[in-house]
Design a protein around this ligand. Structure first.
Ligand SMILES: C[S@@+](CC[C@H](N)C(=O)[O-])C[C@H]1O[C@@H](n2cnc3c(N)ncnc32)[C@H](O)[C@@H]1O
Length: 335
């Protein structure tokens, strides 16, 4: 992602010896330790030699009052931002420093305001165009910002006899994505009966994976880059625990092949940034994971160029449904 030089310098200057809470990669980052939600960010940090934890909620691996500085890059999910700020409040020593970095459009100003109130500290804020870099010294009093319910996995919907469980921090966690809904309705109408090994690429809360398991797939591999997503998917898939496998991945890279079928509602963002290469990466992973007679079903926003991505990887790319907002493609004859 593009950081203006001044912001990048401020973050890189603050990081040595600090604990880094981030869902965005920063090449050259050398914090003492880091926590991220995103598998691809965890891999990038590990490659820089950083002791990085890929986890949704960090349990107790950082002791309260143990940190001199926490640097927090505002993440996309507001509930996660509040949860991470509460972690920072607990982990910092009195007199320790929180450095919060984010853009105006990402909600940085309102988070800064909330820290000011909860920590009873004015802090200092530097503006770099839309970016804000705020620094707060932890005083003796720190009130929680989140509702304390971040980790709770709860029922959120039911579709086609499948109960969907989810939690804050997962993509569109409060319900069912309309694209996913459209794909399942189409597969139900066609009477698709999944047999053999299937996979769900970018599983979110796990509805597509659960539908596959409920409709008789012999095994289901569910993958996502988000630690929160895999927590939720694990809960959603519990009734079929003996037939499912959960695996973190960056766009399915490195996962086993030989699958009879794949369902995917792929992302087109990496963190805050639109990333057109993600469509290519998901389609390429589907090709690598399918058996020669396998098929993949992709549901995407109408503007996502699946046919361009499929041209190099599949003999067949059939537009099966186009409701203007969503398009559903069937890809076959992997090559
Ligand atoms: C559009 S959502 C679909 C989620 C879910 N399948 C559903 O139908 O609601 C895309 C999912 O892809 C995941 N994702 C984003 N970037 C990814 C990446 N690089 N590798 C794997 N999964 C990714 C997101 O965490 C999100 O859960």
């Amino acid at each position: 992602m593009a950081w203006p030089d001044a912001v990048e310098r401020a973050v890189l200057d603050a990081l040595p010896g600090a604990f880094w809470l981030t869902d965005e990669a920063l090449p050259g980052a050398r914090p003492a330790a880091a926590l991220t939600h995103r598998w691809d960010v965890a891999q990038a940090l590990a490659a820089e030699g950083v002791a990085v934890q890929w986890a949704d909620y960090p349990a107790d691996f950082v002791a309260d009052g143990s940190q001199d500085r926490v640097v927090l890059r505002v993440p996309k999910e507001k509930a996660l931002a509040l949860h991470w700020l509460d972690c920072a409040g607990r982990w910092l020593k009195p007199g320790g420093e929180l450095v919060l970095v984010g853009r105006k459009s990402e909600g940085a100003p309102s988070l800064i305001k909330r820290v000011r109130g909860a920590w009873d500290r004015p802090g200092t804020v530097t503006n770099h165009g839309p970016w804000r870099v705020a620094r707060f010294v932890r005083g003796p009093r720190v009130e929680a910002l989140g509702d304390g319910d971040y980790a709770r996995i709860r029922p959120v919907a039911e579709r086609h006899g499948v109960a969907l469980l989810s939690k804050p921090g997962v993509f569109a966690w409060k319900g069912v994505d309309a694209g996913t809904e459209a794909l399942l309705a189409l597969l139900e109408r066609r009477g698709l009966a999944p047999r053999g090994a299937w996979a769900d690429l970018g599983c979110g809360s796990g509805l597509l994976a659960a539908w596959l398991a409920a409709r008789g797939a012999d095994s289901v591999l569910a993958t996502d880059s988000s630690a929160a997503a895999l927590m939720a998917t694990g809960a959603t898939l519990r009734p079929w625990f003996d037939r499912v496998q959960l695996a973190p991945s960056d766009a399915g890279a490195g996962l086993p092949g030989g699958h009879a079928g794949i369902l995917s509602n792929p992302p087109f963002h990496r963190g805050f940034e639109t990333d057109r290469d993600l469509t290519d990466a998901f389609v390429a992973a589907a090709r690598a994971m399918l058996a020669p007679d396998g098929e993949a079903w992709f549901v995407v926003n109408a503007f996502v160029p699946v046919p361009d991505a499929a041209a190099a990887h599949f003999g067949v790319c059939q537009l099966v449904e186009d409701d203007k907002r969503y398009r559903i493609y069937r890809l076959a004859e992997p090559r």
